[in-house]
Each structure stands twice: as C-alpha cells, then as structure tokens.
Write a protein of this length. Structure first.
Length: 303
C-alpha cells in the first residue's frame, strides 16, 4: 500500500513528444491533491539521471517524471538502489512503460491518480549492460531500424503512426543475419530478421502486447527472434494480439528467457536501447530484479 503523497519533485522534459500546456495541468492537479511540488527541467541527455540521484536524498514522498520512455529510463537509472517511488506522467509519443503498467496516457488523468487513486507500489525489473540501464528493452535489426527511422519531427507530427511508416521502410531493407546468443550459459545460433531482448511485452499503444506472458516484474528478460517476415508471420501476430497467447510457431518466432544474456549478429545490425541507437556490440546484458518502485493504479479484486 502506498503512503499518502504530500511532497513531490517532478522532472520535466520540455522536448517530449506531446504538444500540451503541461504546467497548468500539473499545478491544478497537485493543488487539488494537496501536494507540494517543485520542478526540475531537463536540457540535455543525462540531466534526468542527476536530478533523480539528487531527489533520492531529498525529504520528499515520490519523484515524478514527465516525458517519454527515454526520460523515464534516465530517472529510473538514478533511483536504482533507493526506496524512492517513481510516478510516471506520460509525455512521449509511445509511453511503453506507462501503458504496460496501466497508467493513463492523459496527463490530467495520470496526475489524478495521486489524489483520487487507488494506487499501490509495484517493484519492476531493470536491465543493465556496461554501466547503463534500460527499462523497455534492446533490439537488433528490423525492430531497431523502426526506432531509428521514426525521427523526432515525425513523432511530433504523427505520434505512434511515425513508427508504422518507419516499419514499412525498415522491412524493405532488412536482411537475415545470424544471431549469436548465450542465455544463462546456453549457446544459440539463430537466423532471423530481428532480435529483441525485452523487459516489457507492450508495444506502446492500446493494450497490445507481443506476448502477454512477458512480465516487467518476473526477474527475467525475454529474448525473441523473428526468423522470417511473410504472410504467415503477420497472421501469427494478429492471432497473438487478438487472443493474447504466446506464439507457438517456432519456425517463425524463437522465444527464450534468461537473466544473463550475450548477443551479437553476423553481419552487424542497427542496435537500439529504450529508443536510443547504440554503437557498441556485442552486448552482455543482465537483469536487476525489483530494481525500482513505481506507483501504479491498484488492481481491484474481482469477486
């Protein structure tokens, strides 16, 4: 059970994907909830990490983040190892983690959770490689090219539809490679178009998940390799999304779980982590179970 929030700091990314007057909404919502708040404004990459580290030492009840998944990832990185709960105020074009956790993507509704609730604390896992962290996932190939192709201007104009346009362009140029995987000591060599190391199953809009069994709090990362893109794959994806069942066609999709994962590809492909394109590969990735605490809508008991 989450304690009542009386004082909060809010990290705001003014360059996030939504064009909305956020300060009046936040101010009115916090006033109605009786919450004292102060804001920290990000100007460049890394600011949210430093703000979060400082907030973890403050006498406040929670740290809120207004921005997309990249800003959220930075704030989460700064809170690892602390008991400070995180409040997500979605402000990006996709907001994968907010959707995953059932947090409203409307700013006013997200703020109202603090005053009207009911809310609870959920501990979620965080992935790590080198000295960096991630909350959504890492992808190679087709899935990474989609993110790379959906630039800031496109996302500002079209939101989630920028990813669909980027997907069409990426699929045309994607070629099969060999993925070299080591998952908890087990070696796998798999041919495919894209490899995804996922912490969340959600793809960022509606409640669609590419696998409902992927759990942000299960202590595992899920490794998914799409072996080929054809009509059968798209039929499989539609059935997966409609029935919300795990894909069972291993000729099209390979799926493993693990806590310690190494991945590379021959030849090399585009790699992205929580929306940011990476250069360094191969990657050695680990899961940190229950690394951060997030305030989420409380699930009501059925009965």
């Amino acid at each position: 059970m989450a304690k009542k929030i009386k004082k909060i700091r809010i990290i705001i990314n003014p360059a996030s994907g939504k064009e909305e007057a956020i300060l009046p909404v936040i101010n009115t919502s916090m006033k109605e909830a009786g919450i004292k708040w102060e804001a920290s404004i990000t100007h460049q990459a890394g600011d949210a990490i430093q703000f979060a580290k400082a907030a973890a030492k403050e006498e406040i009840d929670a740290l809120a983040v207004y921005g997309g998944d990249g800003t959220l990832m930075e704030a989460a990185s700064g809170l690892i190892g602390s008991e400070m709960p995180l409040v997500i105020l979605p402000g990006g074009s996709a907001n994968v983690m907010a959707t995953e956790l059932g947090i409203p993507t409307d700013l006013k509704e997200a703020c109202m959770l603090l005053s009207h609730g009911p809310i609870e604390i959920k501990t979620i896992d965080v992935g790590q490689f080198d000295k960096r962290y991630f909350i959504i996932g890492i992808s190679l190939g087709f899935a990474a090219d989609i993110v790379k192709g959906a630039d800031r201007e496109s996302k500002n104009k079209m939101g989630i539809f920028a990813y669909f346009l980027s997907a069409a362009a990426a699929l045309k140029k994607t070629k099969k490679v060999i993925y070299h995987l080591v998952i908890d000591g087990q070696k796998h060599e798999v041919q495919g178009l894209t490899c995804i190391i996922a912490n969340t199953g959600n793809i960022g809009f509606s409640t669609i998940s590419f696998d409902k069994h992927i759990d942000v709090s299960d202590g595992f990362l899920d490794v998914i390799v799409v072996r080929k893109a054809n009509l059968s794959l798209f039929k499989l994806m539609v059935v997966t999304w409609l029935k919300r069942e795990r894909p069972n066609n291993l000729e099209l999709v390979g799926h493993w779980q693990g806590k310690d994962i190494s991945v590379s590809s021959s030849p090399k492909q585009t790699v992205q982590c929580d929306g940011e394109v990476l250069e360094k590969i191969p990657l050695h990735i680990k899961i940190i179970p229950g690394a951060i605490k997030v305030l989420v809508p409380k699930k009501m008991e059925k009965g």
